[in-house]
Design a protein around this ligand. Structure first.
Ligand code: SF4
Ligand code: SF4
Length: 201
């Protein structure tokens, strides 16, 4: 059973993490920006004031992170805000991530600005297990967005979804039940239920 703490360790061990934003034309933009620090369930990163991503975050603070390692991912979505005490956070993150000194030597580091994702949601997704495994967590005051599918009382217990599910993530019963932690969200059960008893969340 994966914990929130396990996810934070995963995030710090991942080499490359993709940060996605929305630009001024409403188009999605992604680039590699490593997570530099985690403290009190807050996610910290840096970017330079001259970069497009810096202005994109200021204009549209809702961002998404995707971290991948050996077919396991941690995805974060939440609001990023710029931190006030720039020098403190920059120095802390440079101490923790020594390689940054090669990229921004000396005082060049202060062209960077520190950001933090404090409130949002985080999902762990493991494709290496059979059945697959996923688990969601809140960050700060964030909320978990319901996703996937649910079987309602309209179920006539025909067994079609049970047979078709590629991950065998459905339990027989009255009604049948989807094990959400093992569901791919593929929708195959939803498409084939004869009584439309399966709802998309
Ligand atoms: S396919 Fe629909 S009716 Fe049949 S068992 Fe599944 S949920 Fe119930
Ligand atoms: S959405 Fe796909 S993986 Fe999830 S229960 Fe339905 S068929 Fe199975």
């Amino acid at each position: 059973m994966i914990s929130k703490e396990d996810c934070f360790k995963f995030l710090r061990n991942v080499i490359d993490a993709t940060l996605s934003t929305v630009d001024e034309n409403g188009n999605p933009q992604s680039r590699i920006i490593d997570i530099m620090h985690i403290e009190d369930e807050k996610i910290f990163f840096l970017t330079a004031r001259g970069k497009h991503v810096y202005h994109e975050i200021l204009n549209h603070p809702q961002v998404s992170y995707l971290c991948l390692n050996n077919n396991k991912t941690v995805r974060i979505s939440g609001e990023a805000h710029k931190l006030d005490d720039q020098k403190y956070w920059i120095d802390l993150m440079f101490d923790e991530n020594r390689f940054l000194n090669n990229v921004y030597p000396g005082d060049a580091r202060y062209v960077l600005e520190p950001f933090c994702i404090e409130n949002g949601e985080m999902e762990y997704f493991d494709l290496t297990q059979k059945p697959i495994y996923r688990k969601s967590f809140t960050l700060g005051k964030g909320k978990i967005t319901p996703k996937g599918y649910e079987i309602t009382d309209e179920c006539i217990e025909c067994g079609t979804c049970f047979e078709l599910c590629p991950q065998k993530a459905i339990n027989e019963g009255s009604p049948y039940e989807i094990m959400k932690e093992h569901c791919l969200h593929c929708g195959r059960c939803f498409e084939n239920c004869p009584t439309t008893a399966i709802e998309k969340l």
